[in-house]
Design a protein around this ligand. Structure first.
Ligand code: NAP
Ligand code: FER
Length: 336
């Protein structure tokens, strides 16, 4: 065990695109768990797009981080010391901790990790919050029917890659938008997407959709917003459902853009546009975890994690989400 702890502190609120100025790595004493808590040696840390929201001082679904305080995030790790009857030393668990070598978790809020189902990083992706978001967001909000066309933006990311595969399991035609040929090849050649559009290579998104979604779009699972969403809105079929999961293309925007974007396009198809929060399904997480675990164990859903090595590189891993460095779920490997 290390003598001391390293922990990332939120140093400064960014203006627009975040950079290293927002992060400071501090040495501190290894924390001590109190009654009901676990001291965990972090093996993997999750970095997620919503953390950009936590860097703002405006209240939203993401509670703002206080400047000078440790940065929070979901971890997978090993229990080093237990002050709870629920877990023993040596158990592998996942829960909400901090960007650190050692973190304290509330035993009531952690879940066990079973390495026989999947490797540990998968518990931050397909078997964690992103997988559950894909599951409920697609099935409850998107409500796909066999034969329908589902379009997913951010398709090669943690949420999008699972959305597309669940849509295929439901008998849909699936089209993804992603930002490189490596990503679009993964989608079509390994994950079974019917078509994938590299939006960084194609200028006419609407034209690309004419080819990829010749019957129009019944379900649009939106992870990104921006010009991709503008184009998909021009292709919506009657009674289309739009699940607004994320808008990462706007997370670094300052101020509120004025003027309607493509809302007139929703009128003729009588489209339903609905925001979703994975937390709304918390009482049903067991159902999603069971089903996703079964699909992963049987190979019906494939998953991939992009792993950045070392706690010291956690900010780079986070910033890389905005430039599309990750394929599948981005995680940080903190210890062996
Ligand atoms: P992710 O997709 O694994 O990573 C983010 C990806 O976004 C990048 O890899 C990048 O891929 C893409 N991207 C970045 N900037 C972009 C831009 N300007 N235009 C288009 N694409 C861009 O992240 P995730 O964890 O799966 O999250 C995906 C989305 O779902 C995020 O918006 C997130 O906030 C949201 N989310 C919502 C909930 C909820 O409950 N509502 C829960 C989880 C996640 P490319 O190479 O393709 O650009
Ligand atoms: C995200 C991750 C989580 C996000 C929203 C959530 C829109 C919501 C979590 C909750 O249910 O409270 O990236 O982006």
């Amino acid at each position: 065990m290390r003598e001391s702890n390293r922990e990332w502190i939120f140093a400064q609120r960014p203006d627009g695109e975040p950079d290293m100025e927002s992060f400071e790595l501090q040495e501190s004493a290894v924390p001590e768990p109190r009654h009901g808590e676990l001291l965990v040696r972090v093996r993997y840390l999750s970095v997620d797009p919503y953390m950009r929201g936590r860097m703002r001082d405006t209240e939203s679904y993401a509670e703002p981080w206080d400047v000078g305080e440790p940065m929070e995030g979901t971890v997978v790790g090993e229990v080093i010391e237990s002050e709870s009857e629920r877990y023993d030393e040596g158990d592998l668990v996942t829960g909400n901790g901090t960007w650190a070598d050692y973190t304290v978790l509330d035993a009531a809020d952690v879940a066990p990790v079973d390495p026989s189902i999947a490797d540990l990083p998968a518990y931050l992706g397909v078997l964690g919050m992103p997988g559950r978001t894909a599951y409920y967001g697609l099935l409850e909000v998107g409500d796909p029917k066999p034969g329908e066309t589902v379009v997913v933006s951010g398709a090669a990311g943690a949420v999008g890659s699972v959305v597309g595969q669940i849509a295929k399991l439901n008998g849909c035609r699936v089209v993804g938008f992603a930002g490189s040929d490596r990503k679009t090849e993964w989608l079509t050649e390994e994950l079974g997407f019917d078509a994938a559009i590299n939006y960084k290579d194609v200028e006419d998104y609407r034209g690309a959709l004419d080819d990829a979604a010749p019957d129009g779009v019944d379900v649009y699972f939106d992870n990104v917003g921006g010009p991709i969403t503008d184009a998909v809105f021009t292709k919506l079929n009657l009674d289309a459902r739009v699940a607004v999961c994320g808008q990462i293309a706007h997370y670094n925007d300052e101020g509120v853009p004025t003027g309607p974007r493509k809302l007139p396009q929703l009128i003729a198809p009588r489209a339903t546009v609905q925001g979703l929060l994975v937390g709304d399904y918390v009482t049903r997480f067991e159902e999603a975890s069971q089903q996703l675990g079964t699909w992963v164990a049987s190979g019906q859903i494939e998953h991939r994690e992009s792993i950045v090595d070392g706690l010291e590189n956690a900010p780079d891993a986070f910033l890389g989400l905005f430039s599309g460095d990750n394929i599948g779920k981005q995680v940080v490997a903190v210890s062996e």
